[in-house]
Design a binder for this molecule. Sequence first.
Ligand code: NDP
Length: 486
Amino acid sequence: MINGEFLMTFEYAPAPESRASVSIKSKYGHYIGGKFVAGEKHFRTINPATEEVLSSIALGGKKEVDAAVKAAKKALDMNWSKLSGRERGKYLFRIARILQERAREFAVLESLDNGKPIRESRDVDVPLAAAHFFYHAGWADKLEFAGVGTNAKAHGVVGQIIPWNFPLLMLAWKVAPALATGNTVVLKPAETTPLTALLFAEVCEQAGLPAGVVNILTGDGSTGALIVNHPGINKIAFTGSTEVGKIIAQSVAGTNKSVTLELGGKAANIVFEDAAIDESVEGIVNGIFFNQGHVCCAGSRLVIQESISDEFIKKLQKRMEKIRIGDPLDKNTDLGAINSRAQLEKIKDLSLAGDAEGAERWSPKCALPDKGFWFAPTIFTGVTQTHRIAREEIFGPVLSVLTFRTPQEGIDKANNTPFGLSAGIWSEKGSKVLWASQKLKAGVIWSNTFNRFDPTSPFGGYKESGWGREGGRHGLTAYLKGVAHE
Ligand code: NDP
């Protein structure tokens, strides 16, 4: 101990999770009508940490989208819509249990295809995915108690398009409520992370889910657009960028299709001068560096009271020096690989814009692997509200720091964004937390914590962050027709 500081540091030995639980085929087709159907064109999915090719993935075109929608409609008419809620619930319980049983396999596969640390895929993505199926299994036979009356009906065939940041978890957020409410599904995973959705197709088979209730079509944005515009689709559920969300909103305008959009964010984590500093530092780190910052609700703006700013930034930098970057399969890794070369370029471009506009960049000294896509944890201080890094979603491990003098100024800065997905408040004063939470324009607000998710809690935003809610009773009712949404 010197000056009250514990100076001993430990070298961590590598602790890689075994890949043995995972078997990846060299080529995959689409999962349509309960069978894998060979695709015509293919693209490659790679491990972003090493650039190793993992598999060849089918690119869905019009023929495959037609077949999947037809299979989903047939399953709806033949059996799924006739089953009681109790019977549907049994399938969901089975799926949830199988996800738990195969948790290690899913976690390793997710980390390989996505680049996220195994610590997160193992402890967050997979358990939460199972929890979503358990939660919605419980609702399946109780829909009349969801406050939607007794006449609410399923939409029918639902098209679901998901992003690459939480591939299995986003699938669970979409598929579980859709099946619980009696819909059938055509789901498209993101081009760069299709493998856990394809493994999920095996889970559906293992659970004995009737053929066609879940169809998984792989492909790129063109496949997504074909699903959105297909006349046989009754509802679209999308998670992804605001840009594509706007295209989807335009495409479905004037049709009978229902739509929910879960889009981008630029969340403010507001730290008041009476906050518990060390806890807040930990919360800020979790808010922006969890999942490499590839999180729609990431706390990508630190809005901090000027009186504590210098001390806080020093502590934050010290904490950032401890972030371990590297092999996503290593159990000690905190920050994994950026999901794709394209995303890495976007993060680099926006960071260069931060430099050019006069903000001050800082990253801890850290060695990044030679192969794969990597970006060091970064903070920008001296950021003003007009800077691109304060306004645009970077979707990477980059934090923009803005300061305020009065609480009202903090709120004004936090709300000065076209987005409105989430926000965090750090203060030891309950009255201040309540005051701030009422003033913040965000769909989800955390107090003295961040990035907490629970299937029972509705999640979603307003302004350019989307339409509708996912999770909880609100998310459930979005899959029913004839429900007026709050
Ligand atoms: P996209 O919005 O393009 O992708 C989300 C999903 O939509 C993917 O499955 C994608 O297919 C599909 N898609 C793309 N174009 C269309 C279309 N015209 N019609 C229907 N579906 C479509 O996000 P990106 O992956 O390109 O990421 C770009 C930026 O979006 C990121 O940098 C980040 O800022 C933001 N983003 C936000 C997310 C969030 O959760 N809010 C999630 C992901 C990204 P495919 O990718 O296979 O081509």
